[in-house]
Design a protein around this ligand. Structure first.
Ligand code: ADP
Ligand code: ASP
Ligand code: MG
Length: 438
């Protein structure tokens, strides 16, 4: 059994829905995970924004625009009146529910309900389309098996048990369809796995059912060696180690959700990134094998803050770093990069919600300074320290760019460099030139 996830663009039009249906039917009793049609989640975020700003009029206007967009999609998708009516009724129900939220106090829980509708609609439209074509699909509600705990971490045990139960209740299905991104939380409310979270759903399910493979179908022919939004002439990387892919995803390669590789790696289920627009292209295979001696790809993550604490008295005294880390921990803020010296320690964070509080608390231990709007550039590959020359090639590429921090040796798979966000595009281009084009 495989898990096949299709992203927003892959199901972004009537034509694409039909193509995906063709791709998945007859390909085996697999689990198909769908994103919302592209643009939908953004529109839903906007609708919730209007409600949050106590502007139900604005919300209603967007709702009716989105609803009519779906109505014309329904008109183009189905051949039988029966299927079209079934889809129409479902979609009308969704939008009338969302419209009703303007009447009462708008809560975060309602916002999450709104955000969940994109995946619920796309999966319903797809399942109804496939049924119309005579395929016996099981539309499995992700809300019945995908759950996060109080810390926002997915509950894998629960998923393992519940998804098997759910699958067993559809003995005649020739394939399963479910929603990416959405889940329940510890308070039994609808929630989600964060933007781009459908990749995470697919990998969690793949790990839970010990799938043969997890396929991430998207709008590009695999993980490229640099961010195609900033660098021209990037090329697809054919193979990555789980750890290389995890570093790239975490440090900004938008093609994968930041933490989606972890469950696949733990369960040792290979992940393949494939192109819906070019299904026969080889894509990228991610597994446990390492290609020795090569630098694979570069990614970048924005909106990073670098925090420096200087304390000549006690920096390297034992217990000092623990106290510093405890401050970050008390605000549930993970540290991405860290560099130490005799007189100071610098750390970078991307979650800056509690920056002021963290800085305030750190001042107990030394002089604190902050650099905002920074960017982590991650170079991933076989960075075993005994390979000579990789670091120097990276630093040579960045010789004209001010570098705030460098982290090397933390794992065998990456070098991270912190630069100003305004230098990101140049840094990415120079790295491409030096690492992949010479
Ligand atoms: P989906 O909707 O299928 O989840 P996403 O938009 O989330 O697709 O991810 C695919 C996009 O990721 C690509 O179109 C590309 O612009 C962007 N991207 C960023 N970095 C990379 C990379 N290293 N390789 C490939 N695509 C990348
Ligand atoms: N629809 C969600 C988003 O746009 C989840 C996803 O597409 O992966 O973020
Ligand atoms: Mg995505």
């Amino acid at each position: 059994m495989k898990v096949l996830k299709f992203g927003g663009t892959s199901v972004g039009s009537v034509q694409r829905i039909k193509e995906v249906a063709g791709l998945v039917s007859g390909a085996g009793k697999n689990i198909v995970v769908l994103s919302a049609m592209s643009g939908t989640t953004n529109a839903l975020v906007e609708i919730a924004g209007y409600y949050n700003n106590r502007n139900p009029e604005g919300a209603r206007e967007m709702i009716s625009r989105l609803e009519s967009q779906y109505m014309s999609r329904i008109a183009g998708l189905y051949e039988t009146a029966e299927a079209a009516e079934k889809a129409t009724e479902y979609v009308r129900g969704v939008f009338s529910t969302i419209s009703s939220f303007g009447r009462d106090i708008f809560t975060q829980a309602l916002e999450k309900v709104i955000l969940a509708q994109g995946e619920l609609i796309s999966s319903f439209l797809m399942a109804t389309y496939m049924e119309e074509k005579g395929i016996s699909v099981a539309l499995m509600p992700a809300l019945s098996f995908m759950r996060i705990d109080r810390q926002g971490e997915p509950d894998l045990e629960y998923l393992r048990g519940k998804i098997r139960e759910e699958m067993a209740s559809w003995p005649d299905a020739s394939l399963y369809i479910t929603q990416g991104y959405i889940c329940m939380n510890a308070s039994d409310e609808v929630d989600n796995l964060g933007r781009g979270g459908s990749d995470y759903t697919a990998c969690l399910i793949g790990a839970a059912v010990q799938a043969e493979e997890i396929q991430i179908w998207t709008d590009i022919d695999g993980m490229h060696d640099n961010d195609p939004r900033y660098v021209e002439d990037t090329s697809a990387v054919r193979h990555l180690h789980f750890d290389e892919a995890a570093e790239l995803a975490y440090f900004g390669a938008k093609i994968l959700h930041p933490t989606c590789i972890q469950p696949a790696r733990f369960a040792n289920v290979p992940v393949r990134i494939l192109n819906t627009m070019d299904p026969s292209a080889p894509g990228t295979l991610i597994d446990n094998a390492l290609d020795r001696g090569s630098i694979k790809a570069v990614a970048a993550k924005d909106s990073i803050a670098a925090i420096k604490i200087k304390s000549s008295r006690m920096l390297l005294a034992h217990g000092f770093l623990r106290k510093v880390f405890e401050i970050f921990e008390s605000y549930c803020t993970p540290i991405d990069m860290i560099c130490t010296s005799e007189v100071g320690v610098s750390m970078s964070i991307d979650d800056t919600r509690y920056l002021n509080e963290i800085v305030h608390d750190l001042k107990k231990y030394g002089t604190v300074s902050v650099d905002l709007d920074m960017c982590i550039i991650c170079v991933a590959g076989d960075m075993d320290w005994t390979n000579v020359g990789f670091e120097s090639r990276v630093m040579e590429a960045l010789k004209g760019i001010p570098v705030r921090m460098v982290s090397y040796g933390g794992s065998n798979y990456n070098i991270s460099i912190l630069v100003r966000q305004e230098d990101k595009a140049l840094a990415l281009r120079e790295l491409s030139r030096k690492l992949f084009r010479q």
